[in-house]
Design a protein around this ligand. Structure first.
Ligand code: F3S
Length: 65
């Protein structure tokens, strides 16, 4: 699985990199970025779902692949 952030939707709320720092980082202005290639290891899946559920802008997607 992979996580994606829609940069058009992200408003920099920061929940993603607070809740799942292994999957997301922040840019210079506090907007969320996917760490590395966005790949989600099985043990990171719960954190990924937590981030998806907590982004107020619904900017994060969890996709197969
Ligand atoms: Fe952006 Fe949502 Fe993270 S608004 S910084 S993707 S919690």
């Amino acid at each position: 699985m992979k996580v994606l952030i829609d940069p058009e939707r992200c408003q920099g709320h920061g929940r993603c990199y607070d809740l799942a720092p292994g999957l997301f980082v922040e840019d210079d202005e506090g907007y969320g970025l996917v760490a590395g290639d966005g790949g989600v290891a099985p043990e990171q899946e719960q954190a990924a779902r937590l981030a998806v559920a907590n982004c107020p802008e619904r900017a994060i997607e969890l996709v197969e692949g």
